[in-house]
Design a protein around this ligand. Structure first.
Ligand code: NAG
Ligand code: NAG
Length: 509
């Protein structure tokens, strides 16, 4: 009791010295986005800060030290759940429809979030915060919240440095060597790929400025208190925390107010439930773990794919754990065990784990690299094919688009991954890159958030390029000036020659 009291006092004392009020805003109704938001909120609370979390989910198992106050955007998960049964079809959507659909979805969600009674209540509460940590994912209309709460704006980029954040902080994003995050181009692109990449990136940036921002501005002006200029709020970013790291993602430039914290959500492994522990321990040939992540409903994959996967798994001498949303699958082979949920991180930590068959989501990518397990990536939509392409390039995995799965192709890929030791070796090497950091990624996150508050927005970190219009940023205006100067003698000469010809003609007459 006494110890409990002392520790409570210590937490309070810590708080008096450097406790900040932080609002975390993670409005996306997908579990994988919430996992990241909750990890940040929990990490900040455990460091002694007073955290309020706006999200569609409720934080379960509140942190040991400190607390997280929830502002739950009720009703958004039900809405999200109605759309997830169509996720397998997203593989077939073309890029242009995809960009338009993302814009539409962003606008619709923004209205629901800003109009939500619980958010409106917080807005009218008169409460102030030191910093607002906000996910950057189709929610630009929420940026004015920071100014409203008298706080510094810190963005969290779910997919590392991308077109949603680069433009806001002036981060370089050359299409010559950074493939767009929706396509599985290699890092070393050929001329054809570089050209398409340039076109696709230009369309993304144009759609942001012509469709997305004006739409969000209108919604923000309708639902937020008056007197905050949207265009200023959009670009007034103190810090961008990027969910990326060179162990797992492509190496890219980042400006001084961008920090890569990828893998911060991973916890040290815990003991497995006894049944799973026995299953893992007794697997002499090893275990393959198959999960399509938290968003996709696996039973909607279609009969043909399901049978191909079942048959390929049935031929293996390894045991298989399959995350499946129903109680059983007719014709399930004996070496396959199903469950609706598995402690994924703790399973990946087991020494008998041989291979992770994954949809290629970024959280799974970090978790597999953390534990050095090779992957067979079966991407379906969004950044999954990019992550799969990186895994194949880095030599710790193979990449097979979900729609291309057949029994024979699966057999071949599984045999290659299980029998060629190079995949496991590369996964271990990548893992050593993950762990060799001067400071743990969650501690780094806390440090930078506190840094921004200590230095009142840390405006000295911002590059001047963030303020330039695009034609100045790319020096297009200077190029026009140079072209004019170079070509002017030719046009002047032509002009004078014509003048002379004219006057000679006039003289003759
Ligand atoms: C949404 O779907 C998930 C899994 O598909 C389920 O666990 C959850 O209970 C659903 N939530 C609501 C509110 O419908
Ligand atoms: C811009 O950000 C700085 C630093 O966070 C803050 O002090 C300032 O009030 C903000 N200005 C506007 C107009 O949002």
């Amino acid at each position: 009791m006494r110890a409990l009291f002392t520790s409570a006092v210590i937490v309070n004392v810590l708080c008096l010295a450097q406790c900040y009020k932080i609002l975390t805003v993670f409005p996306t109704a997908a579990p994988s986005h919430f996992i990241l938001g909750e990890a940040i909120a929990r990490g900040l609370a455990e460091a002694g800060h007073d955290v309020t979390m706006v999200s569609p989910f409720e934080t379960k198992n509140p942190p040991k030290n400190g607390k997280v106050k929830d502002v739950v955007l009720t009703g958004l998960i039900e809405e999200h759940n109605r759309t997830v049964i169509h996720l397998f079809q997203m593989e077939q959507i073309n890029m242009f429809t995809h960009i338009l659909a993302m814009n539409f979805m962003g606008n619709r969600n923004m209205k629901k979030v800003l109009d939500h009674p619980n958010l409106q209540k917080l807005l009218k509460s008169g409460e102030k915060f030191d910093a607002v940590v906000m996910e950057q994912f189709l929610n630009d209309g929420l940026k004015p919240l920071a100014k409203h709460f008298n706080a510094h704006l810190i963005l969290f980029s779910t997919i590392g440095p991308n077109m949603w954040v680069n433009g806001l902080v002036g981060n370089p994003d050359p299409s010559s060597y950074i493939p767009d995050w929706n396509i599985a181009y290699p890092i070393e692109m050929n001329l054809y790929q570089r050209t398409w990449n340039l076109i696709i990136k230009t369309i993304w940036y144009a759609s942001l400025h012509l469709l997305s921002y004006p739409g969000h501005k209108k919604i923000a002006e309708e639902y937020l208190p008056k007197g905050i200029d949207f265009d200023t709020a959009l670009y007034n970013v103190s810090l961008v925390l990027c969910n990326s790291h060179e162990s797992t993602n492509q190496a890219v430039p980042v400006v001084p107010n961008m920090v890569q914290i990828g893998g911060f959500h991973i916890k040290p492994p815990k003991k497995l439930p006894q049944e799973l522990q026995d299953f893992m321990d007794s697997a002499k040939e090893g275990v393959i773990y198959f999960s399509l992540g938290s968003n996709i409903v696996p039973s909607t994959m279609g009969e043909e794919k399901k049978m191909a996967i079942l048959k390929a798994f049935g031929k293996l001498k390894q045991k298989v754990l399959w995350k499946w949303n129903e109680d059983t699958i007719p014709g399930k082979p004996d070496n396959v065990k199903l469950a609706k949920w598995f402690p994924q991180q703790d399973l990946l930590a087991h020494p008998n784990m041989r291979l992770f068959v994954t949809h290629g989501g970024l959280l799974s990518a970090f978790e597999t690299i953390y534990h050095g397990i090779p992957v067979l990536a079966l991407p379906i939509f969004a950044d999954q094919s990019m992550n799969a392409a990186r895994a194949q390039e880095a030599g710790f995995g193979l990449f097979m688009p979900f729609s291309e799965i057949t029994e024979q192709k699966l057999d071949e890929a599984l045999q290659k991954l299980l029998n060629d030791p190079k995949y496991a070796e590369n996964a271990k090497r990548r893992s050593s890159y993950f762990h060799d950091r001067p400071i743990k990624p969650m501690d780094l996150t806390t440090y930078w958030i506190e840094y921004v508050i200590r230095h009142k927005g840390a405006e000295h970190l911002r590059v001047a390029g963030a303020k330039l219009p695009w034609y100045q940023y790319y020096s297009l205006d200077s190029i026009v000036v140079i072209l004019l100067v170079i070509t002017s003698p030719y046009f002047l000469l032509k002009f004078f020659l014509r003048l002379r010809k004219k006057s000679a003609k006039a003289k003759k007459e």
